[in-house]
Write a protein that binds this ligand. Structure first.
Ligand SMILES: [Zn+2]
Length: 259
């Protein structure tokens, strides 16, 4: 049996610092939009890449993630998927999903991970056969989302689910926050060589206005302080040696909020 080609991703800027993301089957050219941050750039990307929009998969209900749901649905008749818990908050939602559900798309399985913390209904989408993960506002490169509705314990549980996925997974996030996240990461873990070299790369990319995403989960495990709560250097620098990891998480999140 020959293996199906993996799904591919077209990433493009939307709004001030969001990314639009079209996940597509290279054979049929059918496409999913991860969230719908802004109508015109999404339509432009579909046209330039010759893609047919069949689904919108929403990560959460914030305005900069659902703004074009209704207009894209009216134009393309696409199906809108979101967390069952957020049915009232996600415009035009057709199908509600929860932890452990699997959606089929062009012969590929898309797994739903509940990743609450930034909001209570936040979900992430994992496509194992194509090594793709879409984390919305839960995980950013070298950072994580702010806790608007959930608490530190919830977000830490969510990040542990992500931490357990295969390291070769390519992570796509909803915002380009990498440079400022990395500056904070260097404050609390200055001796991390992987972090130092990632930051050199990131500074160069941003000088040239290039995206720092996607990023491999392996590199995130080596550089993202929110996935490295067990680092002795981090614990020492924030005076929390040997503390429970959920408390270390909470402290780092507070420090980052004030950074
Ligand atoms: Zn958000």
């Amino acid at each position: 049996m020959t293996q199906k080609p993996g799904l591919e991703v077209f990433q493009f800027p939307c709004r001030s610092d969001n990314y639009g993301l079209l996940v597509f089957d290279p054979v049929s050219r059918k496409a999913i939009s991860i969230d719908s941050p802004e109508e015109m750039p999404i339509i432009g990307a579909l046209e330039s890449q010759n893609l047919e929009l069949t689904h919108i998969l929403n990560t959460h209900h914030h305005y900069d993630h659902v703004e074009a749901n209704k207009s894209l649905k009216a134009r393309f008749g696409c199906q809108i998927v979101g967390a069952a818990a957020d049915r009232e908050r996600i415009p035009g939602m057709d199908k509600g999903v929860k932890e452990g559900d699997v959606i089929g798309f062009c012969g590929h399985d898309i797994h739903i991970l509940e990743t609450s913390g930034h909001t209570l209904g936040h979900i992430s989408y994992w496509i194992p056969d194509s090594n793709l993960l879409f984390t919305g506002d839960t995980l950013f490169s070298m950072g994580c989302g702010r806790l608007f509705e959930g608490n530190a314990e919830m977000m830490w549980q969510s990040l542990q689910k992500i931490r357990a996925l295969p390291q070769k997974t390519q992570v796509y996030c909803a915002h380009e926050y990498t440079l400022s996240n990395g500056e904070f990461a260097l404050e609390i873990e200055p001796g991390n060589q992987a972090l130092q070299s990632r930051m050199e790369q990131v500074r160069e990319l941003r000088r040239n206005r290039l995206p720092t995403l996607p990023v491999s989960l392996q590199l995130e495990l080596e550089t993202n302080p929110f996935l490295r709560l067990d680092s002795a250097e981090i614990q020492k620098n924030i005076a929390m040696e040997g503390a429970a990891l959920s408390e270390v998480f909470s402290r780092i999140r507070q420090l980052k909020d004030r950074f």
